[in-house]
Design a protein around this ligand. Structure first.
Ligand code: A2H
Length: 256
């Protein structure tokens, strides 16, 4: 864990269609009418956003819908993150949190979203048991090509959709090659998970090791194979992709 402040990129995942449960929970809230809702995901790896296949929420986490600094946009994240956003001047009334509604993560599952830069124009919200309410925004965007946690969790969901209460088609998105690495090829996380025989999100010890390997290899040895910066080393592409997302209004800097 970093001791100093951690700088994340807050990725804005636009809600295209609520799940049935979310539709019900959020009906009749006049403040939401005519506004776009964005689930805000905190990531350390903005250069991987081309490979988003879904987004994860903690089923037992309570989320809120909050006023943002744009009157047409509402942000969905934890209350804790909303306070941080407000403090950083990203809320409607500076340093003041305006909450329009609350919703359980469980009710968000199956919501259809647009994830910026992803090769898949529409992806779904899925459950991840290990999302921490105490870190980031409580929303984790999923890049199974480069994140062992995301890959292992998706494998669980694909194997047991009924157990996890999802429709199989919500998880039916193949990992996309976005970064080539000398040691693990262009699907780093699936390759490492296979090598370490990681079968589930519950393999915590091996996953912690896999995460470390994938992160180091991707950052120091990786080359982009997709997007405007294809051919560039990840270290060079990362700040450029981050800036492009921020300039297009699809992301912002989020510190905590
Ligand atoms: B990363 P750190 Cl491709 N609970 O984004 C659990 N995990 C969370 C979280 C939460 N509340 N909030 C953010 N995260 C994840 C991309 C990614 C990430 C890739 C590879 C590695 C990786 C796509 N998922 O993280 O504890 C988010 O996943 C491994 C370090 O602050 C975020 O970046 O160091 C990362 O963990 C933040 O972790």
């Amino acid at each position: 864990e970093a001791l100093g402040p951690q700088e994340y990129t807050g990725i804005k995942l636009k809600v295209l269609e609520w799940s049935g449960a979310a539709k019900e929970a959020l009906a009749n809230i006049p403040a939401l009418e005519g506004k776009s809702v964005y689930m805000v995901a905190a990531t350390l790896r903005p250069e991987t956003m081309y490979g988003q296949t879904n987004c994860f929420v903690g089923p037992s986490i309570t989320y809120g819908l909050f006023a943002s600094n744009n009157e047409n946009e509402v942000y969905l994240c934890t209350m804790r993150a909303a306070r941080n956003l407000a403090f950083q001047g990203l809320s409607l009334v500076e340093r003041n949190v305006t909450k329009y509604a609350e919703i359980a993560g469980r009710a968000l599952i199956g919501t259809k979203i647009h994830a910026p830069l992803s090769k898949y124009p529409e992806v779904y919200v899925l459950p991840m048991e290990t999302v921490l309410a105490t870190k980031g925004t409580g929303v984790v965007t999923s890049v199974p090509s480069d994140s062992p946690d995301d890959f292992a969790t998706l494998q669980d969901l694909i194997k047991k959709p009924a157990y996890y209460n999802i429709q199989p088609e919500w998880a039916n998105f193949e990992p996309i090659p976005i970064i080539n690495t000398p040691t693990y090829g262009n699907l780093t996380a699936p390759t490492i998970c296979k090598m370490k025989k990681i079968n589930s999100q519950k393999d915590r010890v091996q996953l912690a090791e896999a995460k470390e390997l994938a992160y180091k290899e991707g950052f120091y040895g990786g080359t982009m194979v997709i997007g405007d910066y294809a051919g560039l080393p990840v270290q060079e592409a990362k700040p450029k992709i981050k800036d492009a997302l921020i300039n297009s209004g699809e992301a912002f800097v989020y510190n905590e």
